[in-house]
Ligand binder design. Structure first.
Ligand code: GTP
Ligand code: SPV
Ligand code: MN
Length: 647
């Protein structure tokens, strides 16, 4: 603890901060004494804007690191961090490739932890709808600001003792774009610094924007100082028992403790770009969404942009980088996970990808499924929890055909792989610069964003849900987003393959009450002159009775994009069904497909299944959203039921 502030005096973190701020206004007393023992190992505290400096100094006082490193995003800095991580055993080299590294985490720290993720507001109702009595809410976790202060007080004081605190200035979106936002992440993890440098824009231009007074989102992260030292194994410090991820929208503040993994620690991604982002978007009238963005050019040379929301590990990276099998089509990638979208003054919805890299699911990625990812990830990449090969490379499930003969494999936990368990963790990932993607869109960094003409929702639905259908109108489209369901995946802690509700693929990422979020989406229609995108639902994952996928997926999904493209142009290739428009017979282009597709089964709408689906959605809305469900959404549900009954 800082010597000037006794531990007992910390009635809350907030009050310690205000006390500290008072001390700062008296030169040479209080915290200056405390800061005196700290080495600034890189950068200059005095060059920071006053607001940033205050934030950094508050956290020096709280976490008590032995040194502070202010990041500039340079190559030299990154080499230093890599050397340090090699020394500490956090990463291993992958000599088969160019500047690639493998991190193997503590097995207790492998995915986002939803159950320990909280949004903190004065009023609980601002964060989550009130679930029905006796039902556990699943639309986010609320915590009071007081409990947040306590949670911080029980974890952070002194947590960086003996270690370095890194200060990462980063921009979500191209620096200077009207759609971009700045953050400062304070962390004690060099792995986080290296990853943030790939995933966001880190460095001097951001510091310059801050010096000119730009606002920033405060992101504090520590891998923790475990009470149980067993947790600090093989160079991956973490504190799984006390992990917590806190968001305070009112103060644009994120605090994360105990996990070094992915969305828990790379705070620009889910915490900022989605949770805090969605609350800023609500206030400012735009949308922060869990969506890929792709550009598609048709054989006539016309280009359109599409955004698509699929839950975690349901195919965003794959669709965003797809190699279309349909001749004459070209797909280019703007982003694979997050879209910030705003209507411009002409009423056109425009989107930026706020990220700078891909944190993509490794298993299943191969030259067959995603050749563009394969051309992206073998340079300047940080792999996490994949398996290693004896020739200095990586391996994961799905790469079997690309393995050289005689090569042996060490699994993600560092043990010789005996094939009885997965070699790579199912949520193992690559972290690669977006600029390396061979099909990165020429406009991917356009500060104005790209024009969006269609929004896709989708998920893993093994039964009942057709390959593609189109919403009748905006309200129906918002209903389709609200009613999304998908089989659970390894990206979250859920066990087993159950069909879960995941509205807008945002269930783990809403920064505020889902009912209010729906109102916000519905309201997009209320400004005169706006050109609303068409809305579609897609499902690449329907299976036959033998459990085999009915649709080949991947590059063949270009056939669905072709239909969508032509629907944006209002071609008469659609017929109404109870769930929405589907392709008219022979209007989905199957030319040249080698396998025969059972189109009848792929598009069938089993009445019993759909009536049950309506019942399930109704129960979900009533149990989870209750009085916060907008009337327009309840009306869409009734209209769907009526259409099904008339079928
Ligand atoms: P997050 O990064 O967690 O948000 O995931 P994501 O939505 O980007 O998912 P990703 O594209 O990485 O796909 C995850 C898994 O789905 C991989 O195992 C893919 O091989 C598989 N997948 C993607 N597209 C298809 C498809 O069209 N058909 C089938 N059958 N599988 C697919
Ligand atoms: C997801 O789970 O949707 C991801 C990975 O994109 S993480 O950044 O860990 O959230
Ligand atoms: Mn994601």
């Amino acid at each position: 603890m800082p010597d000037v502030i006794e531990k007992e005096q910390y009635t809350s973190y907030v009050s310690s901060v205000s006390r500290y701020t008072k001390l700062l206004s008296q030169p040479n007393v209080g915290l200056y004494n405390h800061l005196r023992g700290i080495t600034i190992s890189h950068g200059d505290l005095h060059s920071l804007s006053p607001k940033v400096r205050t934030y950094v100094e508050e956290n020096i006082s709280l976490c008590e690191p032995s040194s502070v490193h202010i990041c500039d995003g340079s190559e030299a800095e990154n080499s230093l961090l890599l050397r340090l991580m090699l020394q500490q055993g956090t990463i291993k080299p992958l000599p088969k490739y160019d500047n690639c590294w493998l991190a193997q985490t503590n097995p207790a720290d492998v995915a986002r932890v939803e159950s320990r993720t909280f949004i903190c507001t004065d009023d609980r109702h601002d964060t989550i709808p009130t679930p029905k009595a006796g039902v556990k809410g699943t639309l986010g976790n609320w915590m009071s600001p007081e409990d947040m202060s306590n949670a911080i007080r029980h974890r952070f004081p002194g947590c960086m003792r003996g270690r370095t605190m890194y200060v990462i200035p980063f921009s979500m979106g191209p620096v200077g774009s009207p759609l971009s936002k700045i953050g400062i992440e304070i962390t004690d993890s060099p792995y986080v610094v290296s990853s943030m440098r790939i995933m966001t824009r880190v460095g001097v231009p951001v510091l310059q924007a801050l010096a000119q007074g730009a606002e920033f989102v405060k992101c504090l992260h520590s891998v923790g100082s475990p009470q149980n030292l067993e947790a600090v194994n093989h160079g991956w410090p973490c504190d799984p028992e006390r992990t917590i991820i806190l968001h305070r929208p009112e103060k644009n503040e994120i605090v994360s403790y105990g996990s070094g993994y992915g969305g828990n620690s790379l705070l620009g991604k889910k915490c900022f770009a989605l949770r805090i982002g969605s609350t800023i978007a609500k206030r400012e009238g735009w949308l922060a969404e869990h969506m890929l963005i792709l550009g598609i050019t048709n054989p006539a040379g016309r280009k359109r942009y599409i955004a698509a929301a699929f839950p975690s590990a349901c195919g965003k990276t794959n669709l965003a980088m797809m190699c279309p099998s349909l001749p004459g089509y070209k797909v280019e990638c703007v982003g694979d996970d997050i879209a910030w979208m705003k209507f411009d003054s002409n009423g056109q919805l425009r989107a930026i990808n706020p990220e700078n890299g891909f944190f993509g699911v490794a298993p299943g990625t191969s030259s067959k499924t995603n050749p563009n990812a394969m051309k992206t990830v073998f340079r300047n990449t940080l792999f996490t929890n994949v398996a290693a090969t004896s020739d200095g490379g990586v391996f994961w499930e799905g790469l079997e055909d690309e393995l050289a003969p005689g090569v042996t494999i060490t699994d993600w936990q560092g043990k010789p792989w005996d094939r009885s368990t997965p070699a790579a963790h199912p949520n193992s990932r690559f972290c690669s610069p977006a600029s390396q993607c061979p099909i990165i869109d020429p406009s991917w960094e356009d500060p104005e964003g790209v024009p969006i003409d269609a929004i896709l929702f989708g998920g893993r639905r093994p039964v009942g849900v057709p390959l593609v259908y189109e919403a009748y109108n905006w309200h129906h489209g918002v209903f389709i987003g609200a009613a999304m369901r998908s089989e659970s995946t390894a990206a979250a802690e859920h066990k087993g393959k159950i069909i879960m509700h995941d509205p807008f693929a945002m269930r783990p990422f809403f920064g505020y009450n889902f009912g209010h979020y729906l109102e916000h989406w519905l309201n997009m229609e209320n400004t005169f002159g706006r050109k609303l995108p068409k809305v579609f639902h897609v499902n690449w994952f329907r299976k036959d009775a033998q459990g085999k996928f009915l649709w080949p997926g991947f590059g063949e999904n270009s056939r669905v994009l072709d239909w969508i493209f032509r629907r944006i142009d209002n071609e008469e290739i659609a017929q109404p069904t109870p769930v929405g428009y589907v392709p008219k017979t022979d209007c989905l282009n199957l030319d040249g497909l080698s396998e025969t597709i059972n189109m009848t089964e792929l598009f069938s709408l089993p009445k019993d299944f759909w009536l049950q689906e309506v019942t399930d959605i109704e129960q979900y809305f009533s149990e989870q959203v209750g009085a916060d469900l907008p009337v327009a959404i309840a009306e869409e549900l009734s209209a769907l039921r009526q259409r099904l009954l008339n079928m």
